[in-house]
Design a protein around this ligand. Structure first.
Ligand code: 0O2
Length: 210
């Protein structure tokens, strides 16, 4: 490949910016509609070159097949309050005409051995570049705030231990993942109460601003 990494990653940067903007726009539409807002916040990133290189080595992916075999170079993460919100977002993504789903992985129903939970959707997204349209793969991860809390901490520890956790720590992390999932269940059980309070709160905020 004669292209530099910067050239190669340019359409991925554009993909992340555009998909992120679209989910933020969706959030705004929910806010305007006075319905429950299933999106808490959205983040996005292009996988750093050293992580791409590490994954290429681990997965034996050669450079010619990089854009086809590595699905998460462009990544967008959507955080939700409730587990049901995740599935609502999934349904909305399935209906969209501006991105095409190529794979779905439900790590909520089928948690990873680490304890990791999230819903992953791989989409093919058309970006308009100077040289024409390019179809870019992007991974959308949808998770609750509790799942995100666990995954963020586990990710930092993983970096420190390079995936080789001491057994006691691994067990503790698995237990923490279950505690986070219990928290999601408890929050679902009192969901109506929470939503009533939130709509009262936003109504009051709306009034004090005027
Ligand atoms: P980053 O910094 O989040 O981008 P693989 O990458 O080989 O593990 P695969 O099949 O390519 O897996 O994709 P998968 O499992 O659908 O998604 C990989 C991404 O999901 C990871 O990206 C993480 O973001 C997240 N993930 C998957 N399993 C775990 C886990 O056990 N703990 C945490 N914290 N996150 C996980 P990267 O590349 O690790 O990094």
């Amino acid at each position: 490949m004669t292209k530099t990494w910067d050239d190669f990653l340019l359409p991925y940067e554009q993909t992340v910016l555009e998909i992120k903007a679209k989910f933020l726009a969706l959030k705004k539409q929910f806010e305007r509609s006075q319905k429950h807002v299933p999106i808490e916040f959205v983040v996005g990133r292009v996988k750093p070159v050293d992580s791409i290189a590490e994954k290429m080595q681990r997965r034996k992916i050669n450079r010619e097949r990089l854009a086809i075999d590595m699905e998460d170079i462009a990544g967008v993460r959507i955080m939700c309050q409730f587990v049901d919100d995740i599935y609502q977002i999934v349904k909305l993504i399935r209906k969209r005409k501006d991105m095409h789903i190529v794979d779905e992985r439900d790590y909520i129903l089928n948690k990873k051995p680490s304890g990791y939970r999230s819903y992953h959707i791989v989409v093919e997204y058309p970006v308009q570049m100077l040289e024409g349209q390019k179809n870019i793969l992007a991974e959308i991860q949808i998770r609750t705030l509790a799942m995100n809390f666990w995954a963020t901490i586990e990710h930092s520890l993983n970096y420190k231990y390079q995936g080789e956790f001491p057994e006691a720590l691994e067990t503790r992390l698995q237990r923490a993942a279950e505690a986070a999932f219990q928290l999601d269940k408890e929050m679902t059980a009192i969901r109506e109460e929470i939503q009533e309070a939130q709509s009262l709160f936003s109504y009051k905020r709306g009034h004090t601003k005027e």
